[in-house]
Design a protein around this ligand. Structure first.
Ligand SMILES: [Zn+2]
Length: 441
């Protein structure tokens, strides 16, 4: 099966940052095989009319908790500690394994509809997220979240060994679209000996880790008291960063921490909407990038940031950091697009994606540019970052397969998913709930 997109405008994000007008894109198998004018049409090709559309690499959401769609709107206008202790970690005590499937399936619908092709997920009962990803046709990097505080404090009472078995079951599954890593929650929740066991297990499995790091000054102060080290230095000393790592947030980091993150090749996931909504302060994206750290963009879970819309993350990244620096020329639009595509693909282990060029994986999207907010179409990259709407996303292709065609989801039964997810979300918060563990900073 092949796909030929004709007469489109392509934001390639290649080394020269080329935007090509009136080009065809030929996809054969899982790969972009040609990009050029008037490409010959293979007999079996599905033709997509690319006129009035812009093609670009799809988004890689580098940190989320997809099934937290079930808790969207459930914990509003609260400080971070009360958000966790009184709402999120309580509701999750009433969560059942099958809920995670429906929450993740809802997330896949939302992500595809806003141009996301892959996501790094950190949650519970991850076999059910893997099932949703396999059915949706997306790519994902999946981590089963663990606290290491005793089985009674783990969602579902699941042990580290069981999450290791999950990695063995699913790493490389769905024709390589699913990658798995280990998912300790954070250095502030997980005891050091547990984190050391995770590092050893990740090395034995030859996989990475994904965790939350340095979200507040309070966490740093507590880490210095408990371990004599910042959270970043503590994790480095425990060997976590010797594995490929996605470190979500890194808001409270000093220059020495940044040097460690750069030296160890840690991928920091930057999720500005959550920082703004939970009033956590803002991770310094300019300092991280200047310090040589690889940074990718993410939404975080919809319980904190309320959606899974990477277009909004692009926009907030540009708006916030330009203003913070008082430098409108900072973070040019294609740099922001690279953080949301190539950098995320790299962080998730799908390197090669994030560029429209022959030989690259066919993970791309088309946006319809006919709505009034696109006119006049001087600069389509600026249009994607600062004016597009999720409803402009008309087509999504992952690994050469169409998952969204003319706004229609081809792999997911959206009506049933919406119904099941809402029914289960209401059941969860109506069921007897109990506090499972306590956040102390
Ligand atoms: Zn998170």
């Amino acid at each position: 099966m092949s796909i030929l997109i004709q007469h489109t405008t392509a934001i390639t994000l290649d080394a020269e940052d080329r935007v090509l007008e009136d080009v065809d894109i030929l996809i054969e198998g899982k790969t972009i095989s040609a990009l050029g004018t008037a490409l010959p049409r293979p007999a079996d090709a599905e033709i997509i009319d690319g006129r009035e559309r812009v093609a670009l690499p799809g988004f890689f959401n580098a940190h989320t908790h997809a099934a937290m769609t079930l808790e969207r709107g459930w914990a509003e206008d609260l400080p971070f500690d009360r958000w966790l202790n009184e709402k999120i970690w309580v509701a999750e005590s009433a969560m059942e394994a099958e809920d995670v499937y429906w929450g993740a399936a809802l997330a896949c619908c939302e992500m595809l509809r806003s141009g996301t092709v892959a996501f790094a997920d950190h949650y519970f009962w991850m076999d059910n997220v893997a099932r949703a990803v396999e059915e949706a046709g997306m790519k994902a990097n999946l981590a089963w979240c663990q606290f290491g505080l005793g089985l009674e404090q783990e969602v579902g009472g699941v042990s580290l060994d069981e999450t290791i078995a999950f990695v063995r079951r699913w790493h490389g599954a769905a024709e390589g679209r699913i990658r798995c890593v280990l998912g300790p929650h954070s250095p502030y929740m997980c005891p050091p000996d547990f984190l050391r066991r995770v590092a050893d297990a990740a090395a034995a499995l030859d996989v990475g880790v994904h965790l939350h790091v340095a979200e507040s000054d309070e966490q740093v102060a507590n880490s210095l008291t408990a371990h004599g080290k910042t959270p970043v230095a503590h994790l480095a000393a425990l060997g976590l960063f010797d594995r490929p790592t996605i470190a979500a947030h890194c808001i409270a980091v000093n220059d020495a921490d940044i040097a460690i993150l750069a030296e160890k090749g840690v991928h920091v996931a930057h999720t500005p909407k959550t920082y703004l909504k939970l009033a956590m302060g803002m991770a310094s994206l300019p300092r991280l990038l200047t310090g040589g750290v690889s940074v990718a963009l993410g939404t975080d879970g919809p319980a904190s940031n309320s959606d899974l819309n990477m277009l909004e993350v692009l926009r907030l990244t540009g708006l916030y950091h330009k203003n913070a620096l008082r430098r409108p020329e900072a973070f040019p639009r294609t740099q922001i697009l690279r953080l949301a595509t190539q950098a995320g693909a790299e962080a998730m282990g799908f390197s090669g994606s994030g560029v429209l060029a022959p030989g690259r994986p066919a993970d791309l999207i088309l946006l319809d540019t006919q709505s009034p907010h696109w006119f006049p179409r001087h600069d389509l990259a600026a249009g994607v970052v600062y004016t597009s709407h999720p409803s402009d996303v008309s087509h999504v292709i992952v690994d050469g397969r169409l998952l969204l065609r003319d706004g229609e989801l081809l792999t997911l039964d959206e009506e049933r998913i919406r119904y099941e997810a809402e029914r289960r979300a209401f059941r969860m918060v109506g069921a007897p709930m109990r506090p499972m563990r306590r956040y102390r900073g």
